[in-house]
Design a protein around this ligand. Structure first.
Ligand code: ZN
Length: 47
């Protein structure tokens, strides 16, 4: 495992304040999807 792996992040608008950061893009997508569903009551695509 390398420490130099790219850290990806995804953030909601400031009024939400949610942010997820991970080396694992799949994990980010999953967390973001759950967040969108739960907090914003919407579905977002995986793109
Ligand atoms: Zn949000």
């Amino acid at each position: 495992m390398t420490e130099k792996a790219k850290l990806k992040q995804l953030a909601c608008p400031p009024e939400c304040g949610f942010m997820v950061r991970s080396h694992d893009e799949k994990e980010i997508v999953e967390i973001a999807l759950q967040h969108a569903k739960k907090i914003h009551k919407m579905e977002i695509s995986k793109d």
